[in-house]
Design a protein around this ligand. Structure first.
Ligand SMILES: NC(=O)c1ccc[n+]([C@@H]2O[C@H](COP(=O)([O-])OP(=O)(O)OC[C@H]3O[C@@H](n4cnc5c(N)ncnc54)[C@H](OP(=O)(O)O)[C@@H]3O)[C@@H](O)[C@H]2O)c1
Length: 224
């Protein structure tokens, strides 16, 4: 596949395209020849996925969509069940799961039969750990939802990219560098991921017309 022109002339919408992995997807899709619309609370066309009116209004302003990518996620910690607050629980699911389903629902009239949807989960979906409940469960729900939608929305294709630890703005605080270095040292590849390395997987999911219902793991071997 010629990646430099694999999305030539296509309209790609990235919900969560204002930061981190989503912003890298915007750049990679543009490089592959696409016309790209980045959506988020801080984008030109504002879109807060927790607000149905906001999502509806954002998609109402767009023309036909060839590829919908959703990377939006709230920046939440890794609380144990005993420490988990209702607010953290609600925010995590409102943005990542309910927000993604909302975005797909409002995009649906604009998605042609040959269109694709690419969602974002995360390695914790299949790697249980103490403190992994919040992210692990929402990411597992994303993967389950995508498999259902790959059947329900067919022949539109629906896939998931599952990142491992990636160096984005999601990681903050004074110990950021040390934390990423420590996690990276524990991975088979010896380092954490970079946003553009994830973006390649989203371009693959968009451009490969035979791929649907797949979860693409890009995690440096973190699942092993
Ligand atoms: N980085 C990692 O290590 C890692 C690992 C596993 C999984 N992931 C997953 O990968 C995805 C991207 O993560 P990232 O590292 O790129 O995070 P990030 O830099 O924090 O980006 C998150 C994006 O989500 C958008 N967003 C947040 N709340 C929103 C809302 N209510 N409505 C619309 N957009 C909203 C933000 O845009 P606005 O602020 O403009 O709204 C931003 O563009 C997330 O789903 C995350 O869970 C990341």
């Amino acid at each position: 596949m010629n990646f430099s022109s694999s999305l030539q002339g296509q309209h790609v919408v990235v919900v969560g395209g204002t930061s981190g992995i989503g912003r890298a997807v915007v750049r990679a899709a543009q490089t592959a020849g696409a016309k790209v619309t980045a959506l988020g609370r801080g984008s030109g066309i504002a879109c807060d996925v927790t607000d149905p009116d906001s999502v509806n209004q954002a998609f109402a302003r767009l023309g036909p969509v060839d590829h919908l990518v959703i990377t939006a996620g709230a920046r939440v910690g890794s609380p144990s069940l005993a420490q988990l607050t209702d607010a953290e629980l609600a925010l995590t699911y409102e943005v990542k799961l309910f927000g993604a389903l909302r975005a797909i629902r409002f995009a649906l009239p604009k998605l042609a039969p040959q269109a694709s949807v690419t969602l974002t989960s995360g390695l914790l979906s299949r790697k249980p750990s103490a403190g992994g409940l919040l992210k692990g469960s929402v990411n597992a729900a994303i993967e389950a939802a995508a498999r259902q939608l790959a059947k329900e929305l067919a022949p539109r294709r629906v896939n998931v990219v599952s990142p491992g630890v990636v160096d984005t703005e999601l990681w903050s605080g004074s110990t950021r560098e040390a934390t990423l270095a420590r996690i990276g040292a524990g991975l088979p590849v010896g380092r954490v991921g970079l946003p553009h390395e994830l973006a390649q997987a989203y371009v693959l999911a968009m451009a490969n017309g035979f791929m649907t219902g797949a979860v693409i793991d890009v995690d440096g071997g973190g699942l092993l």
